[in-house]
Design a protein around this ligand. Structure first.
Ligand code: AMP
Length: 307
């Protein structure tokens, strides 16, 4: 008898309460965090397992939402104290935001512990979190797999040595343009990408907000626009849901060729374009697979110049 075990996508990152002020309105203490956006985005494509930490104040309804999407929560640890909290404000130009408040809370001293059932995950996304925690997850994995990671200015400035160790171990880095400049010390984005490729990753995906995504490797460059939207309600989590769609599609297709990567980049862009249409995770929560496929086809049309 042949037993087929479906391998999951594992994500480590923050599970958070976010307070967001944007030109389109504001919300207080909604569900957010890098792992939350990633997991929900990826769950449309493939089973997902979360590694992270929540506090005693984390409501049941959020756990139920994850569970209803088939997201495995065995690696979500509950600790004494309040959940990680982030407060940010977007400018009129929503590509620009300021962090107004960051309370690490239960994230301080968090030691990720992977349940046995997580250790064979084939696709692993080290979402935005302290690089030490990203490394601890890598140390607990077995066998060969597709590893990708994200980071942000907070960690580039706060724990660069730790981040460099992680970069040396991953296949793909997903990062936004200002962070790529900060990490590489180069202002020009192509030079920045070339500099980061020397730090370890074979592929770099640079997120440029409403301007789309650039992919760089030693042998390729690929560019896609973002899906043009008349109104961006809340850009929070666009990057993480992009990564979720990207990794989700890679895991679903198991196609790591340049063509496969490009398709995954478009699926990531599709998921991100929905994420920004409402506050927090609201839009992704009511998204359907049909809407994803339909917007994927619109992307083909948007970028087609062969006809
Ligand atoms: P993104 O808009 O894709 O960069 O992700 C925003 C999410 O990152 C929010 O939901 C925040 O809760 C979370 N976040 C903000 N700051 C940090 C940080 N320093 N480390 C990890 N996650 C963070």
């Amino acid at each position: 008898m042949r037993v087929v075990v479906e391998m999951s996508i594992l994500v480590v990152g923050t599970v958070a309460f976010d307070s967001i002020e944007a030109p389109s309105g504001s919300v207080d203490r909604v569900l957010g965090g890098s792992a939350s956006y990633f997991a929900v985005g990826a769950s449309f494509f493939h089973p997902v397992q979360i590694v992270g930490v929540i506090g005693e104040d984390f409501p049941r309804e959020h756990l139920d939402m994850f569970a209803s999407r088939g997201i495995d929560l065995a690696g979500l640890q509950k600790e004494k104290g309040p959940t990680f909290y982030w407060r940010g404000r977007y400018h009129e130009d929503v590509n620009v935001r300021d962090t107004l408040e960051l309370q690490l809370n239960v994230l301080t001293g968090f030691r990720p512990r992977l349940p046995e059932s997580y250790r064979n995950a084939e696709y692993v996304f080290l979402g935005n979190i302290d690089p030490e925690m990203q490394s601890e997850v890598l140390d607990q994995l077995r066998g060969s797999r597709y590893l990708a990671c994200d980071t942000m200015d907070h960690w580039i400035q706060g724990n660069r040595p730790g981040l460099e160790k992680v970069l040396a171990r991953v296949e793909t880095l997903v990062i936004n343009d200002s962070e790529a400049r900060l990490l590489s010390g180069e202002n020009n984005i192509v030079r920045a990408a070339r500099g980061i490729l020397k730090m370890g990753p074979k592929v770099i995906l640079i997120k440029r907000g409403e301007y789309g995504v650039l992919e760089f490797s030693d042998s390729s460059v690929f560019a896609t626009p973002a899906y043009p939207l008349e109104e961006v309600f809340d850009p929070t989590g666009a990057g993480d849901s992009f990564a979720g769609g990207f990794m989700g599609q890679l895991a679903r297709s198991r196609d790591h060729s340049q063509r496969g990567l490009r398709r995954a980049i478009i699926y990531g862009s599709v998921v991100a374009s929905f994420a920004v249409e409402d506050f927090g995770l609201k839009r992704l929560d009511r998204l359907t697979p049909e809407e994803i496929e339909s917007r994927f086809r619109q992307f083909l049309d948007l970028t087609d110049f062969h006809t």
